[in-house]
Design a protein around this ligand. Sequence first.
Ligand SMILES: [Zn+2]
Length: 145
Amino acid sequence: MLEKSDSKRGQAVSDSSLSGSNAGPEKIYLDALEKGIWQIQSCTECRKAIFYPRNVCPHCGGTALSWIAPSGNGTVYSSSTIHRSQEHGGDYNVSLIDLDEGARMMSTVLGCAPLDVKIGMPVKARIDSSATQPRVVFDVVEVGK
Ligand SMILES: [Zn+2]
């Protein structure tokens, strides 16, 4: 059993007192990603996983959100190929991934041709630090190999 904490009292109050410094959930998320740590939020009230980072739970409106380390396992929910000229890097994949934790995130699946990314395909997250800003991408999980 989990004890219900007093969410009214435990709120961070420092955000607005420092002008110009916004340590909101998105910044916390991106700062962690820079350090190679991927974390998503979990609502302490309805226990659902949340992505993209935010202040209020989209499921129940709760504001007591905590950070959790996802397993990285997910499934392709939908996939589309964005066409781009070769000089700009060629076609690429944009997919919605259902994480095992329950949250859905937009990302890209690497490791196969964009058109070969199929709905229901198991994928595994990793942090891609090759870009200016680190991002979470997904690799295809080879089944039965
Ligand atoms: Zn909630």
